[in-house]
Each structure stands twice: as C-alpha cells, then as structure tokens.
Design a binder for this molecule. Structure first.
Ligand code: PMP
Length: 291
C-alpha cells in the first residue's frame, strides 16, 4: 500500500545506539556483554524488601503520584544531598525525579539547549550525550581526556586528565554547557577537586552551565573521594547534577534517577518532564524512603 504520509526525519541519524546494538549482538552470539553495565547479582535484600513493602502499601502505590517526584523521595534526597553540597536543597524546587538518569539527561538537554548552541563533551563519554545534544538542536564539541604528560604507561584512571589549555580553547560565545561524568564511564576516572575547580572557573568565566553526570558517585575505590562540582563556590547556580538510584542500589531495571540543581534551572527540566513521561513509577520511588 502506498503511504500518503511522510515520516518525520528529525531523528533519522540517531536510530542506532551502542547499548541496543551491543545487547542484541551479545544475545545473538551468547557473548559477555561489555556494552551495557549492570550487575549480575540481586540488589541488597533491604532494597528488595522495601520495594515489596511499597508494592503492598495500598492503592496509592499503584496510582499516579506527584509529577516531579514522590514527596517522600524528593524530601529524603534533599535532606541527604544538602549535607554533601553544603547548602539547603529545596525538595520541591531543586529536584526532579525521572525515569532513570537517562531521562534526567534527556530533560536537561531538551530544556537547556537551543538551536545553534554548543555543548562541550569530555571524551570518552557515555554514548547518549551526543545524540541528546543533537536532538535538542545543539552542536557537540569534544575535548579528550588524555594520559598525563610524562607519566609513562597509564597506571590508573587518574592518569587520564584534561589539558586546561585545550579545554579553554573549546569555549566560544556559542557555548551553552559542558558535560562531565565523574566517576567516568568508561574510564572509571574520578575527577579531583583541582580538576573540577579548573572546569568550574571556565564555566563561571564564560557563563556556561555544567551538566554533571554522577550516577557512579558511590563507586569509588582505594580512598578516592568523589567531589560534587555543584559544591564548589559559584557552581550550584549553574550546575545540573544527575543521579541514579538504579546504579546506587544495583537495581538498574527500576529506572529511578534524578536531576538536582537550582530551582531556576530545574523548572525548565520539569516542563520537558511533565510533557513527556509525567512521572516515574510510584512504588519504585517509595522504596527509597522506607529505610
Ligand atoms: N549516565 C551514565 C554515565 C551511565 O553509565 C548510565 C547507565 N549506564 C546512565 C547515565 C543512565 O542511568 P539510568 O540507568 O539511571 O538511566
């Protein structure tokens, strides 16, 4: 039958993603899947029990809840992260609970990036940043982490560093945002405070937003400390921090994530969220609050 309609072509170049492709290939060839990271063990039993308790918690657990996050969850996230960021986080204004960190990222790019904006992405990066920037009409500008000069063989993920000069050269009058990911997927690099300060100084100098993907914030080893760039002076007002309960509690299939930042930025993410998914599964959010 010949069609009379024309399919929109705006998204044609994003039809393939690494995660979908590798997951299928791994299934087809019964190979170990290194293309998508998820635990091959169950979440801790206290998390599973809390989820079961939520599911058995009566009819409200099975119905719609507040669009931007169940009140219990946003309150506990605000209380918890206020201590870490060193400021009072407003649960109703400064947090958006989303369908995984993935959707928090999507809302962030859709809300903040306009046609013609440039977004600096640090390489290597989680694969969805690039298509999400482009779907919002922006242009991705890349800057690589490189082995530290003169360090000889790369011994640890900390040996991968940004060149301050190279990074500075990527900022232009069209730069709207920079995306960092700490700890980094795939390198495992945890940015040190001085490295974050260097990025923060550039963001402030060029009046640029920082999108900080911190879904692996609790996976640090050998005494390495994760620092939130939003906690550095002058950065709360210009940073969107992305988090994931799925990663934190080894329950990636529940898809509970969040974006956190100043209410004046977050309100734009909420607009995208309420007009796309509206909210994330009620019972999956309430489990986070019952311990
Ligand atoms: N950011 C990074 C760096 C990731 O690796 C992933 C998942 N692999 C996500 C975001 C998405 O997290 P979620 O499962 O909470 O959507």
């Amino acid at each position: 039958m010949s069609s009379i309609f024309k399919i929109g072509n705006r998204n044609n170049s994003f039809d393939r993603t690494m995660a979908v492709e590798f997951t299928q290939l791994a299934a087809d060839y019964k190979a170990v899947n290194l293309g998508q990271g998820f635990p091959d063990f169950s979440p801790p039993s206290f998390v599973q029990e809390a989820f079961c308790k939520a599911l058995n918690g009566g009819f409200p657990m099975h119905q719609y809840t507040r669009a931007f996050g169940h009140p219990n969850l946003v309150k506990i996230l605000a209380k918890f992260f206020s201590r870490i960021v060193g400021r009072e986080i407003d649960p109703m204004e400064d947090i958006l609970v989303s369908v995984g960190a993935y959707q928090a990222l999507f809302c962030t790019f859709q809300a903040l990036i306009d046609e013609g904006d440039e977004v600096i992405i640090v390489e290597p990066f989680f694969d969805c940043y690039q298509p999400m920037v482009m779907m919002a009409g922006g242009t991705a500008v890349y800057v690589p982490l490189k082995p530290r000069e003169g360090c000889g063989p790369v011994l640890s993920s900390a040996d991968w560093v940004l060149s301050p000069e190279e990074l500075a050269s990527k900022f232009s009058p069209r730069t709207k945002a920079i995306v960092i990911n700490t700890p980094n997927n795939p390198l495992g690099k945890v940015y040190q405070r001085e490295e974050l300060q260097m990025i923060a100084d550039l963001c402030i100098k060029h009046d640029v937003i920082c999108i900080s993907d911190e879904v692996y914030e609790w996976l640090t080893y050998d005494g390495t400390k994760h620092v939130k760039i939003a906690s550095l002076p002058g950065m709360w007002e210009r940073t969107v921090t992305i988090g994931s309960a799925g990663k934190t509690f080894s329950a990636t299939g529940w898809k509970v994530g969040w974006a956190m930042g100043s209410g004046h930025i977050l309100k734009h993410l909420k607009t995208v969220h309420q007009n796309s998914v509206y909210h994330c599964a009620t019972a999956a959010q309430v489990k986070q609050c019952s311990f």
